[in-house]
Design a protein around this ligand. Structure first.
Ligand code: SAM
Length: 342
């Protein structure tokens, strides 16, 4: 129990761990300081697989995703120990992935031994159901790749049959990876679960797909969460505990405001209680405090660069404009709205 708690504490301390949820929207957030290809492993567990890929491909960026903080924390510790800069660990429910990643932003997705959910009534949780396939199709670049490994024949057959239905056909697949010509230096890296399955004599099923730009005909894309394509970022609380200067190294651009040269117009009458605008030594933060829970939209005009920001709750925010972070700093100036609208 104590170990579990310690892992959790570590997760929030490690600089390579992030949390994404409906309150912490990471869309537009730059996890890496370069534009190298991004590879996601969904349901990574302790992420041994992604860690090995990260070691093998220093010019690619890896994002290991799971809901379980403890498992991610184990992987993150290894990455820190080995000083692997091209991998981060993201606690997120894959159901919310469209909240946090942009259209056509991902080069490769690995689904490694997802829970099979054999009961019909649990189909909605299978990471290869139509909804999720549609998400992957949306997130992957046009020639982006999806790889799927499982020991579960039922889940594999189910996935193949869905793919045929939506005309997104596998490039290649096998029911016995380790006795197949498809075995290569990537798909032969065993995950933790895989080691167990192989030791039990189970066959490993594998398929790969290439994304196509043709939309799926018979599945409408579920409405994209309200924030797309708005770039907003709600800071991870742990980051706010750091000195602002530590924060800088995570971002490519920091927008420097030198004076109150900002024009704010409200798209509709805002129904908030408090509004704080903070600007000190070139750093800026907007904090909203709202009476009800309705989202509203503000137009933010900075030196002619217009962006929309949708606000959906009243945590402290920082926002990004074209991958530029507006940094939050401790509040020490408070200005009313009227002072801001020119
Ligand atoms: C069977 S384990 C496989 C772990 C790892 N890929 C491996 O092969 O060793 C499945 C993992 O998927 C994660 N998972 C299941 N559903 C998820 C979801 N909706 N969002 C994020 N992670 C999920 C679980 O927490 C678990 O760690």
């Amino acid at each position: 129990m104590r170990k579990k708690i310690q892992k959790k504490i570590n997760f929030f301390k490690y600089s390579n761990c992030f949390q994404a949820n409906e309150k912490q929207i990471l869309k537009g957030y730059k996890f890496f300081l370069n534009d190298n290809p991004i590879i996601l492993e969904l349901g990574c567990g302790k992420a041994s697989f992604s860690l090995q890929l990260a070691r093998n491909y220093p010019k690619k960026n890896f994002i290991a995703v799971d809901t379980k903080i403890n498992r991610l924390s184990d992987g993150a510790k290894i990455a820190i120990h080995e000083n692997l800069q091209n991998i981060i660990f993201l606690q997120m429910h894959i159901e919310q992935i469209l909240l946090h990643f942009d259209y056509h932003s991902i080069d490769t997705i690995w689904l490694t031994f997802p829970d099979p959910y054999p009961k019909d009534r649990h189909e909605k949780h299978r990471l290869t159901n139509l909804k999720f396939l549609n998400y992957y199709h949306y997130l992957l670049k046009n020639d982006g790749l999806l790889f799927f490994k499982t020991d579960n024949k039922q889940l594999f057959d189910y996935t193949l049959s869905l793919l045929k239905r939506i005309h997104w056909l596998p490039l290649e697949y096998t029911y016995d990876l380790y006795n197949s010509e498809l075995l290569n230096s990537d798909n032969s890296i065993p995950t933790d679960y895989e080691k167990l399955f192989v030791s039990q004599g189970k066959k490993i099923h594998f398929l790969s797909l290439k994304n196509c730009d043709k939309p799926f005909e018979n599945i409408p894309l579920e409405p994209i969460p309200v924030f797309s394509p708005i770039r907003s970022w709600i800071p991870n609380e742990k980051i706010w505990n750091l000195e602002p200067l530590n924060l800088y190294k995570n971002f490519q651009n920091i927008l420097i405001f030198e004076e109150y040269d900002i024009n704010m117009q409200f798209a509709r009458t805002p129904d908030f209680e408090k509004f704080f605008w903070i600007l000190v030594k070139g750093e800026v933060c907007i904090e909203f405090v709202k009476k009800n829970h309705q989202a509203y939209c503000i137009k933010f005009n900075h030196f002619g660069d217009k962006i929309d920001v949708e606000v959906h709750d009243f945590k402290i925010y920082a926002i990004t404009i074209q991958r530029t972070l507006l940094v939050k700093i401790p509040r020490n100036i408070e200005i009313s709205i009227n002072n801001l609208v020119h």
